[in-house]
Write a protein that binds this ligand. Sequence first.
Ligand code: UDP
Ligand code: MN
Length: 447
Amino acid sequence: MFHGKLRIHTCRVILLTSLVWFLVDVVILSFYSECLGGSCKKQPQAAALNAIEDYDNDNLQVDENFVSNGHSSGVQSTYKQADLKRWRPAPTVIPVHGLPGEMGKAVHIPPEKDALMKEKFKLNQFNLLASDMISLNRSLADVRLEGCKDKKYPKLLPTTSIVIVFHNEAWTTLLRTVWSVINRSPRPLLKEIILVDDASEREHLGEKLEEYVKTLPVPVIVLRTEKRSGLIRARLLGAKHVKGQVITFLDAHCECTEGWLEPLLARIVQDRKTVVCPIIDVISDETFEYITASDMTWGGFNWKLNFRWYRVPQREMDRRNNDRTAPLRTPTMAGGLFSIDKEYFYELGAYDEGMNIWGGENLEMSFRVWQCGGKLEIIPCSHVGHVFRDKSPYTFPGGVSKIVLHNAARVAEVWMDEWRDFYYAMNPGLTFHRYDSWELRSNALAF
Ligand code: UDP
Ligand code: MN
């Protein structure tokens, strides 16, 4: 009898203590989550994206009449005059025979220039000498699947602003990215290009760049971070200035191919909460050859929270009825190249401002999208090349591993609930200075 009462009493105490602990935990965790930028910032559902620009697949020329006398007779009449004045026809992009790298071919450096090539390679961790030999307007093959070429997209598509952040990027790779956007994007869809210089120290990225972009046939602005901010905060700065309805992020060493933009924007029109990535083709860091990537891989991650490519499972092929041109749902994205509805980007809470320099933001955005009611897709009809390199060319103030682990820990803490323990288990040496509890938690884990 006495023992029975004691047991009931003990049980009550345990239950009450657990409840109190649970509540404390909830309060602490939600506090951390807020501090870490983990909220979806839910707002009233905006109406489906309004595609206000009248975009006609077959009629993409600028209506010169409109520009010169202020009125238009053609289909372009809904464009704002201010925008139109700045559009000029794109230069014709034809293969220039004799120039290296045309049609995405490899560039070979003669043996006598080997030493120079090696020296220049160190600057950006890619073959800068090769890049400098290739036209900023180089031609590329149309690498799309046949089924993509005659796909019809809605006439009404949103406009996009292209945001390109860079730190000490080479002139030719940066400007080839810009020219490939200009040359291969339908003008009415391209609102502007926003270049964000993340405290570069190279002279060509200063005034010379600002003067150069003034000569371009589309609006291009150069923004600068006050001090080295890292790619995440640099992108946030760029995003703040976006005037288009969709934000398209690109790395500063990309080349967009024929028809890259329409399928991305068309998918967002269908569902504004879809975040879309092109297939990221490979521009060789050795030869600048354009190499088409497989459309049979999607993004995943390991428990160290490194992004990894994995083979698309059969169940996703079944869901797509084995149509390789259909959007491919992907768990995570590589992160450098994607389009997102601008309003949705902010509804999601944008990027985690507490992330430094490089890394982790791609998984963070992927988890954010999935957990905040969106979808992540690779659009196989859209191909953009990217120079993949083996090593990072720039400094990581404070050390690479500290920065990368810091960013990854924020991903784990904010979005992974108890699954974060796997991350800490995989990084036993993790010492995390800003959040002592993290350190304790990771040390306490007995695996
Ligand atoms: N970047 C930046 N600030 C940094 C680090 C990187 O603006 O502190 C830019 C970089 O110039 C590039 C983009 O962020 O345009 C992505 O970086 P990187 O290409 O090195 O990443 P990777 O493609 O190798 O993952
Ligand atoms: Mn890159």
